[in-house]
Design a binder for this molecule. Structure first.
Ligand code: ADP
Length: 589
């Protein structure tokens, strides 16, 4: 780290030094050359003293230039230049008249030097003092100069006087002009510094806010973990309660992990070490799986969710960093859900163009949420930026998600765009061109291979009765994945209604036992009354004991499945319960 800083500093000094020398060579070069040139001119015109003094002056300028450039003593060099002028010029003017005052014009260059080279405020004081002295000098030299010259005998006193006035006025205005330019540049410079400082302060306060957000979010998770751990350690907890607590722990851990991952990603981005790892993957699977984590939340918020994935993607494997693409989709979907109170979220994955080697896919996530004001749109992709709204505290977050998303999309050689209007919603979209993996024109991963073994679910109609949205989601996903058609009900009352409507199609009912309004035990009787041969499997959060099994049998349940269950357990149970052929052997009442 220390080495990096010193390298950066030395680089800065080097660039600055180069510029410094270039300007100084130019200014002193012009100064020496012109003074020398005027010396020659004076000699040619017979002004021998002026010629001699001009050569002395050009010598003094050379010494001043040396001190200025190589010794870096800016003020000393300016002083030498100025003093030599101040001593020599009045003498030359006194001896040979006002025409020797040509040198006055060069003052302006000398006074601009400190500003031109450094453009720093601290030189302003010295430069102002030099301006005042110069002005006095002009007046004094005009007074001491005899109003005649031997070289221009034809000039009357009035004509000489007129030349003096022109000389003085021109010199004065040039000085004023230079002062204006130099002070203006100084002002621009100071303004830009103030702006930079403001930006740095803004970034610092954003960072502080994000760190405090991060701290808050991490503390919340840690608190939950502590609380739940205490509950598990409590001897009174039953194994099923423990399972629930452990899933809470799992949830908090995942949250913490994603916060820490965001911080690490940001660090990688800032260090320029963010890289993709391309593998051959099925894009359909990546996109399809990316929505699972949000379906529960979408269900709870009662949002409409439409996910359209181009079916062409099922049959193509592409070179992609699946983890990073999932991260992008997760960030965008999570924002869409977070910033949408009502309405819909539409997630589309469309194939735009296919060639032998490439496939262009457009991803878009559109919500009907709070939207983003036009003036804020550019900021949302910056790290630590969160747009303040009246009710912003309820949204939480860190302001890192979109910055990371943008970097990943750019790494994938694309650009993320957003269309948004306040209170109307937002649409984030980008198109990525993937290399097709020619060796693996496979089908969409596990679905197809498993599906062969799970043909028994194809075409089946299953009613899932469950008040827990996660469990409902998981079951639904699994069943539809293997070709079953599902119906949903969140309590016993709804379940009975559903059976009334769909009993001709239904093959099986998965019925939760503990539900609000009407429990599974209360619902089974009317269900069996409507369709006595309909298979009903009990979902239960309790570990089944002999007593429960007898009770279930008594009420007419065909099977029991303990929650939470694994995919294999559900499939196993259904395999045992479902009729082999899809016959509607439901007896009507
Ligand atoms: P955060 O953790 O705050 O969500 P992000 O980087 O993901 O951080 O988003 C930055 C800001 O952009 C958010 O704070 C929010 O103000 C705005 N934003 C992002 N997505 C949306 C969206 N879909 N609708 C409205 N505002 C959004």
């Amino acid at each position: 780290m220390a080495t990096e800083i010193s390298i950066q500093n030395s680089k800065k000094r080097y660039t600055h030094g180069k510029q410094f020398k270039r300007v100084a060579y130019l200014v002193f070069g012009i100064l020496v050359a012109f003074t020398f040139f005027f010396g020659m001119l004076n000699y040619a015109q017979g002004l021998n003293y002026s010629g001699f003094f001009s050569f002395v002056l050009s010598f003094a300028y050379t010494i001043a230039g040396y001190i200025f450039i190589f010794k870096r003593k800016i003020l000393l060099a300016t002083l030498i230049t100025y003093l030599s002028l101040l001593c020599i010029l009045p003498v030359a003017i006194y001896l040979e008249g006002i025409m020797s005052g040509h040198h006055l014009y060069f003052f302006t260059m000398i006074f601009a030097i400190p500003f031109i080279i450094k453009r720093e405020k601290r030189y302003e004081k010295y430069t102002k003092a030099l301006y005042v002295l110069t002005f006095i000098f002009i007046i004094v030299s005009s007074v001491v100069s005899p109003m005649y010259t031997n070289v221009y005998p034809e000039l009357t006193q009035n004509a000489t006087h007129g030349k003096l006035m022109i000389n003085t006025v021109v010199c004065f205005f040039i000085i004023i002009f230079f002062s204006f330019i130099v002070l203006k540049r100084g002002e621009i410079f100071v303004k830009s510094i103030v702006k930079q400082k403001q930006r740095a302060e803004d970034e610092k306060s954003s960072r502080t806010r994000v760190l405090s957000n991060l701290g808050h979010e991490l503390r919340t998770q840690v608190n939950s973990i502590n609380g739940v751990t205490q509950l598990i350690l409590d001897e009174d907890t039953t194994p099923s309660e423990q399972k629930r607590y452990l899933s809470t722990l799992d949830y908090c851990n995942n949250n913490m992990l994603s916060l820490v991952n965001d911080m690490l990603d940001l660090h990688k981005i800032e260090e320029g070490k963010f890289e993709l790892f391309l593998e051959s993957k099925n894009l359909f699977d990546i996109v399809n799986n990316s929505t699972i984590a949000f379906e529960n939340l979408i269900y709870e918020k009662k949002l409409e969710f439409i996910s359209e994935i181009d079916p062409q993607l099922k049959h193509i494997n592409v070179r992609v960093d699946g983890v990073r693409l999932t991260q992008v989709l997760h960030n965008l979907l999570s924002n869409a859900v977070k910033y949408t109170k009502q309405g819909s979220i539409i997630f589309k994955t469309e194939v735009q163009q296919v060639s032998n080697d490439n496939i262009d896919v457009r991803f878009s996530i559109k919500d009907s949420g709070i939207g983003i004001a036009k003036e804020d749109i550019d900021r949302i992709f910056d790290s630590f930026q969160q747009i303040k709204t009246e009710d912003s505290p309820i949204y939480g977050g860190t302001g890192l998600g979109l910055a990371i998303t943008k970097t990943i999309v750019e790494k994938m050689n694309s650009t993320i765009h957003v269309n948004s209007a306040v209170n109307k919603g937002s649409e984030f979209y980008f198109t990525i061109s993937f290399d097709i993996d020619a060796n693996s024109f496979s089908n969409s991963s596990t679905v197809s291979s498993d599906a062969k073994e799970l043909k028994f679910l194809k075409g089946k109609h299953i009613l899932v009765v469950e008040d827990n949205p996660i469990s409902m989601l998981f079951t639904n996903k699994l069943l539809t994945k293997y070709g079953a058609t599902t119906y949903q009900a969140v309590n016993g009352l709804e379940a009975v209604e559903r059976v009334k409507q769909e009993h001709t199609k239904l093959d099986l009912v998965l019925l939760d036992l503990e539900m609000p309004k009407m429990t599974g035990f209360e619902a089974i009787t009317p269900i069996k009354d409507i369709a006595p041969n309909l298979t009903v499997v009990a979902f239960s959060a309790n570990v089944p004991d002999q007593q429960l099994l007898q009770k279930l049998k008594y009420f007419g349940f065909d099977e029991i499945l303990s929650k939470p269950f694994k995919k294999e357990e559900l499939i196993d149970t259904l395999n045992r319960c479902l009729p082999v052929t899809n016959t509607n052997d439901v007896v009507l009442k």
